[in-house]
Design a binder for this molecule. Structure first.
Ligand code: NAD
Ligand code: DAU
Length: 345
């Protein structure tokens, strides 16, 4: 457990990057709820995926400070680090695999070079702890069994290759400079505030609009779903209790094919299989992700949400927050959607 000299464990200044995105915004709320004495600084570039509305409820909260800036920009990073954070969590990234296949450049820039900028700031400021939020996708696909933290990295997409590059850079800083950095590799997250390009919110919002849902290939690919609240608890656990220099996997324990997932969503939304459209497969599409999370469980973490209850909760959230996703779907998203799926859907 990290405790400040002469202070309490519950008295931290936490720098979060990418806090206006899906997981980052849930994590900021989680931190201020679970550690009410903490202060949070959020450095976010506000890309298409960054939405200040995700944290509208924190407006005027004296424990929260927003800095608009890019993690690749040394001046913006310096401004954030000049607040002297005790803990840094890097969520900032380009995150959508399909966009990385269309236009990889921003992925290399933010996911690798942005991580470098943050590591340099940690080094020059002597920051006590840095957590890199990685992904289970860095291991690539596995047909049977599960990857542990020592498994080789075999990323398939420009997204996962950029995340793997960042992980290697973090580990090199641990070895070379003794940087007190840790890495977490979570599985597929879902829940409130997820940008509707990712499969679960895309399918829910398409169905709510009376459209079909595009399944890549035959829908046999398997993902291990982790409710975002459980992931926030995992990130918090590694951040405060993890051993510097170590990597921690965080899997949800809910492996399911895309077709089975789609059937559950159709049921929850009162639609039948005529709403499914099978579309050409994603290039380099990983068949199955699966990670062993025993190392993280040994720190006392386990997922608490039942998968179906979490899925129902998520569907309800999108039903009740139509304005949130309609504003997104009427903007830049439209152009992306047409380019990715064509005009028919
Ligand atoms: P997201 O796309 O919803 O949000 C990304 C956030 O980062 C946005 O607020 C965006 O404005 C910000 N950002 C992007 N580039 C930036 C830059 N150069 N400088 C500052 N801010 C920038 O992402 P998410 O789904 O919340 O994912 C958060 C992190 O978790 C990412 O690192 C991702 O790789 C990792 N991850 C995501 C999942 C998942 O299922 N969503 C699973 C495992 C790991
Ligand atoms: O595993 C963790 C990763 O999960 C994160 O690191 C990524 O940031 C996050 O985007 C996610 O990656 P995936 O590629 O697994 O998620 P996505 O929601 O894009 O796709 C999930 C599965 O659904 C995948 O097998 C592809 C399929 N799919 C996706 C879309 C968008 C479809 O069949 N149709 C679709 O339209």
């Amino acid at each position: 457990m990290l405790v400040k000299e002469g202070g309490k464990a519950e008295d931290m200044r936490v720098l979060v990057t990418g806090g206006c995105g899906f997981i980052g915004s849930n994590f900021i709320r989680h931190t201020l709820r679970e550690h009410p004495e903490d202060q949070v600084i959020n450095l976010d570039k506000l890309t298409y995926a960054g939405n200040p509305e995700n944290l509208a409820d924190l407006e005027g909260d004296p424990r929260y400070l927003f800095i608009h800036g890019d993690i690749c920009d040394a001046e913006a990073v310096e401004e954030a680090f000049s607040r002297d954070p005790d803990l840094v969590v890097n969520f900032a990234a380009e995150t959508h695999v399909d966009r990385s296949i269309m236009e990889p450049e921003a992925f290399l820039r933010t996911d690798i070079f942005g991580t470098f900028r943050l590591l340099e700031a940690v080094r020059s400021h002597g920051t006590p702890r840095y957590l890199q939020v990685s992904t289970d996708e860095v291991y690539g696909s596995i047909e049977e069994g599960s990857f542990d933290e020592d498994s080789p990295l075999r990323p398939s997409s420009p997204y996962s290759a950029s995340k793997a590059g960042a992980d290697l850079l973090v580990l090199s800083y641990v070895r070379t400079y003794g940087t007190p950095a840790l890495i977490i590799r979570p599985s597929n997250n879902f829940g409130p505030y997820q940008y509707p390009e990712k499969v679960i919110p895309l399918f829910i919002t398409n169905l709510l609009e009376g459209r079909k849902v595009p399944i890549y290939g035959e829908g046999t690919n398997v993902r291990d779903w982790l409710f975002v609240e459980d992931n926030c608890a995992a990130v918090d656990t590694v951040l405060r209790k993890g051993e510097p220099g170590r990597v921690y996997n965080a899997g949800g324990g809910n492996e399911i094919t895309n077709l089975e997932l789609t059937r559950r969503l159709l049921e929850l939304l009162g639609r039948d299989e005529s709403s499914i459209e099978f579309v050409p497969d994603r290039p380099g599409h990983d068949l199955r992700y699966s990670v062993d999370s025993d190392r993280l469980r040994a720190l006392g973490w386990e997922p608490r949400w039942d998968f179906l209850r979490a899925l129902e909760h998520t569907v309800r959230w999108y039903r009740e927050n139509r304005g949130w996703w309609e504003r997104i779907r009427s903007g830049e998203f439209r152009r992306y959607y047409r380019r990715q799926y064509g005009g028919g859907l």
